[in-house]
Design a protein. Structure first.
Length: 52
């Protein structure tokens, strides 16, 4: 499975930390929603598309 997330971050936040936290949250949610599928086999891609 492949999941792509695009988001806009606040300038006052470190974008690398935002991307890592987002990926971790998505992986945790997928594991809760789809326990029969392996989270390791899922590719989660997070892109910061802009800053506000």
């Amino acid at each position: 499975m492949e999941v792509e997330v695009r988001l806009v971050a606040m300038r006052s936040r470190r974008t690398v930390e935002v991307a890592r936290a987002t990926r971790s949250a998505v992986e945790a949610r997928l594991a809760a929603l789809l326990p029969e599928q392996s989270v390791e086999a899922t590719r989660v891609s997070v892109t910061i598309t802009g800053l506000v």
